[in-house]
Design a binder for this molecule. Sequence first.
Ligand SMILES: [Zn+2]
Ligand SMILES: [Zn+2]
Length: 129
Amino acid sequence: MATPGFCRICLQPDIEKSNKCISPCFCCGTMSKVHKTCLEKWLGQSGYNSCEICEYQYKTHRISTYTYLKSFKEWLQSTESENEMRQSLPDLFLFIVYTPLLSLVSYLGLETNEAIFRETANTTVNKIM
Ligand SMILES: [Zn+2]
Ligand SMILES: [Zn+2]
């Protein structure tokens, strides 16, 4: 087996089975490997959608904030599924209700919700396909 490479973003060796490095572009050698999660984060922060070295266009798809709101909504529904009323409410109403709610749970410092809120703070998020 080849020696493990290093993620070019976080510089951690590619040894974690749950978070294996990928080679998403034409770069080779030590610069070729990157964690998918690291790359997605970098793309989101930099605003690029291509490799800064070889200029390979990453196959990304942008996830709008609404997707996160929706997933948060679904999470709420799964935790409070007994509330039948919620299901029949129009989406716009849910949007109006959940947006301040997201801020509130973030303010309260609930860790998982805070992560969701941070994602919604970006207008769009790049995901590697
Ligand atoms: Zn990494
Ligand atoms: Zn590259």
